[in-house]
Ligand binder design. Structure first.
Ligand code: ZN
Length: 199
């Protein structure tokens, strides 16, 4: 096992306790501490923020004709046109579908671990890897850049300002990333008998 502080790989002592790192004396653990509780906490917070992120306006656009605030979904509808539909689709996928899919996938993984399910540990580990990978590039600025660029194309001569929904949207992105980080994928394999793990 490797030390979380100095990354030294050492052989754990016999018994239930993993002991301390022989090089830097950092306490070692077989599993990340309170992984399930911490993941649930971040996930529930993300799910709560997801509601205002979608209901509140995320951007206020001011044109010579006046100013207007749009929610994510209003932006998706606004962008939908014979030429604008690819951008509309990107905003829809990046800002509504991916965050909700991440929340649902992590909740499923947590439940599977808590209930001690033994089926398909390999594909559940793969699902975790996919969620982890998506988290790295689904950043807030991708969404903001796309949305802003798209709206500027749509309405020339305007100013764009962030609206309150954007803060909740950013919170959803950050909280799901923290939830992914808090989840320990080794937990998936704990329910499986040791002799079957190498199959
Ligand atoms: Zn160490």
């Amino acid at each position: 096992m490797s030390c979380p502080a100095c990354a030294l790989v050492s052989r754990p002592p016999r018994g239930a306790d993993a002991g301390r790192c022989p090089r830097c004396d950092e306490p070692l653990a077989f599993r990340a501490a309170n992984s399930i509780q911490r993941t649930w906490a971040f996930l529930i917070a993300a799910a709560i923020c997801y509601v205002p992120a979608n209901l509140l306006p995320v951007l206020t656009t001011t044109t010579p004709q006046g100013s207007e605030s749009d929610t994510i979904l209003q932006g998706v509808v606004l962008l939908w046109s014979p030429t604008g539909w690819p951008l509309s689709l990107i905003v829809l996928v990046a800002s509504i579908m991916i965050p909700s899919a991440k929340i649902l996938a992590l909740a499923y993984l947590l439940l599977s671990v808590q209930r001690g399910w033994v089926a398909n540990p390999g594909s559940r580990t793969r699902a975790y890897r996919i969620v982890e990978l998506i988290g790295r590039w689904s950043m807030v600025d991708v969404f903001v850049d796309t949305f802003t660029a798209a709206l500027v194309q749509l309405k020339p001569l305007m100013a764009v300002e962030p609206a309150p929904g954007l803060a909740f949207f950013a919170a959803v992105v950050v909280l799901t990333m923290l939830a992914v980080e808090a989840f320990d994928p080794r937990l998936i394999w704990d329910a499986i008998p040791a002799e079957e793990r190498h199959a």
